[in-house]
Design a protein around this ligand. Structure first.
Ligand code: ZN
Length: 412
């Protein structure tokens, strides 16, 4: 091994103390003081690797190792240090800490690249706080949408305020954007967040592409009334409608047994949420994914028809907002080939697999070639404090990432 596995392991240990919940959990919301603390710690390691660091106006942490030809497009690596509210120690963190270890090794070996290298911890990858993810990675590419800064979190705080409190200048986004062509390629190491590698007893996977999600927010409106007096046949119960839609979604996505399609409702807000008032308004998020885009489109149509029919049946009005609509994005063959070579050199039998979850690489895929390395996680558990990858697997993935960086730098 060329990388320092012990140092890598200790970095994971230190990082897991920030925003720690319970024994092994993490809660580091986007643009929060916990994320700032995580940035400070990661910055100190980046600086030890010879990088200069700053936080940009989107709330991304960026470390830069200046190349001897700084005008060349940068080799970018990274992931994210924000977490789910009830998350684990590895999601996103692996992509940042393993990249730092790889570049530290590069510096220790006295390698001075021509091309500058940047490691980025992207702001708000997770998307739970403002119900829209990949904020920092879309931001640097000029891909924010209208109204995004006015989205609010659970406490009514706008993205604008959260960013400003974080120290960002929201009037100077342009200064933090990357010009087209200025990123050579993007490498992201990430835990798999699914069970395929663990079930196959393989430590490493080579990602072929990301099946982007469709995210909708559905709002149903009925009529409040006393639960003790309004007869059943006269009710306009928004929560009952929501319940039918949740079950209906499950039926739609499971109609072909064994298909990789997944559909989920995982958040729901009920108004006025009193036990003796019939629910007047319910809004919930809906997540639909498939690597087969035609099938996903067909299911989306079925979902929309099912929502319309359910609303009619229960005398509800409804609105559907589309929060995210990403198409599958495929990894660059030349980067996959390099990763594969590195695996062969190290005697690792690494299968190729698709990613169901999205990652910052999805946003970057619109600006440059990208490649991803997956690390096995125990039982495929993620977005859960039980999320677990071994030190050995993380070190092995870092070794492959390091070798990939060297080969990418050697190109041309
Ligand atoms: Zn992640």
């Amino acid at each position: 091994m060329k990388i320092n596995a012990k140092r890598l392991s200790s970095h994971f240990g230190e990082m897991s103390e920030i925003g720690k919940i319970g024994e092994t959990g993490t809660c580091r919301p986007a643009h929060s003081k916990e994320e700032k603390q995580a940035f400070e710690l990661a910055s100190s390691w980046m600086q030890s690797a010879g990088m200069q660091t700053h936080i940009d106006n989107f709330g991304n942490l960026i470390g830069r190792l200046e190349g001897s030809e700084p005008d060349l497009p940068v080799l970018m690596l990274g992931s994210h240090l924000d977490s789910q509210p009830y998350g684990g120690r590895f999601d996103g963190v692996a992509g940042v800490l393993c990249a730092i270890e790889a570049i530290t090794t590069l510096t220790e070996n006295g390698i001075k690249p021509r091309r500058s290298i940047e490691i980025v911890s992207f702001a708000d990858e997770e998307g739970w706080r403002f119900k829209k993810g990949l904020f920092g990675s879309r931001g640097i590419l000029g891909k924010l949408e209208d109204g995004e800064l006015q989205r609010t979190d659970h406490d009514g705080i706008t993205r604008e305020k959260a960013l400003t409190d974080f120290g960002c200048d929201i009037t100077a986004f342009a200064n933090s954007q990357y010009a087209p062509g200025s990123i050579y390629c993007f490498l992201e190491l990430h835990i798999e967040q699914g069970p395929i590698l663990d079930w196959g007893n393989k430590p490493i996977g080579i990602v072929t592409g990301i099946a982007g999600p469709l995210w909708l927010t559905v709002k149903l409106k009925g009529m409040a009334g006393h639960t003790g007096s309004v007869p059943m046949h006269l009710r306009q119960d928004a929560l009952l409608g929501a319940a039918r839609i949740i079950v209906g979604l499950n039926d739609i996505v499971t109609q072909i047994p064994g298909a990789p399609t997944v559909g989920t409702v995982a958040t729901i807000d009920v108004f006025p949420a009193s036990r003796n008032i019939i629910a007047e308004e319910v809004s919930f998020t809906l997540d639909l994914r498939d690597i087969d885009l035609d099938r996903r489109h067909a299911y989306e149509k079925q979902v929309r028809e099912m929502i319309a029919a359910t609303a009619q049946k229960h005398k509800l009005t409804y609105e559907i907002a589309e929060d995210t609509n990403s198409e599958p994005r495929y990894c660059a063959t030349w980067i996959k080939d390099i990763i594969k070579q590195e695996c062969v050199t190290l005697g690792v039998d690494a299968p190729e697999l698709m990613s169901g979850p999205f990652h910052d690489a999805l946003a970057l895929s619109y600006a440059c070639d990208y490649g991803m390395i997956f690390i096995r996680c125990k039982d495929g558990v993620s977005h859960n404090p039980l999320e677990y990858s071994t030190d050995e697997d993380l070190a092995l993935g870092t070794e492959i990432l390091y070798g990939t960086v060297l080969k990418v730098l050697d190109k041309e």
